[in-house]
Design a protein around this ligand. Structure first.
Ligand SMILES: [Zn+2]
Length: 220
């Protein structure tokens, strides 16, 4: 196990919770950071707090409400519906959001003396955010190191895997049932298996079904 400290960018959703379990297996000391930007549902923040507590991970919550000023969208305002046109970014898109989150995570990592930063971004995701791509994360890693004269290592354990494989990883970490029950991915704020109707639930459920079918003979 790596004796150095790690900071996980953590939302309380399936992906970042899987990353938190992953980090706890890899690193002796793990802390988590959650960004509060006026999420559509306060439940998201509560969910993140509960999970951090369950896993006994020190939890930092940073206020990023300025994102609302920069890009009011369906994700942060209750009066707009979430829509996604074929081949376009969803209306929840806040340009550069991950750039900001990862940069702030870098500053926090410096302050808590964490060398490793873990983020659950992924290129196989449906969303196509440019600042979630591998090339961007690598470039920001270099920039963070130059900006603070550090040797940070940004880890992206989910970068090249799909939702079914993320469930498989959760299973290998003995966290499948925990993540299934306690994380929040749903746009309508329903924990666990969610509302079953929004795009986030569909994606999550499809991945879970795919994993469970390929894993017959397992626990379920
Ligand atoms: Zn839902």
């Amino acid at each position: 196990m790596n004796q150095e400290k790690a900071l996980v960018v953590f939302s309380g959703g399936q992906d970042s919770t899987t990353c938190l379990f992953w980090a706890k297996k890899q690193f002796k000391e793990v802390e988590a950071v959650t960004f509060n930007y006026g999420q559509r549902h306060v439940a998201e923040l509560d969910c993140a707090k509960e999970i951090a507590e369950d896993l006994q991970v020190p939890h930092h919550i940073l206020d990023m409400s300025l994102l609302n000023q920069l890009a009011p969208s369906a994700l942060t305002r209750d009066d707009e519906a979430i829509t996604q046109e074929e081949g376009e970014l969803p209306s929840t898109f806040v340009p550069g959001r991950n750039l900001l989150f990862l940069s702030f995570a870098g500053v926090l990592a410096k302050q808590i003396s964490a060398k490793h930063i873990i983020t659950g971004v992924c290129e196989t995701d449906f969303s196509g955010y440019p600042d979630c791509r591998d090339i961007f994360v690598k470039s920001l890693n270099v920039s963070l190191n130059l900006s603070m004269d550090e040797q940070f290592v940004i880890h992206t354990p989910l970068m090249w895997i799909n939702k079914a494989e993320t469930w498989e990883m959760a299973d290998r970490l003995d966290a499948l049932q925990y993540i299934r029950k306690n994380t929040l991915t749903c746009y309508n704020g329903v924990k666990g298996d969610g509302c079953g109707e929004c795009p986030a639930c569909e994606l999550r459920q499809r991945g879970l079904n795919e994993f469970l079918q390929s894993n017959k003979g397992g626990e379920e």
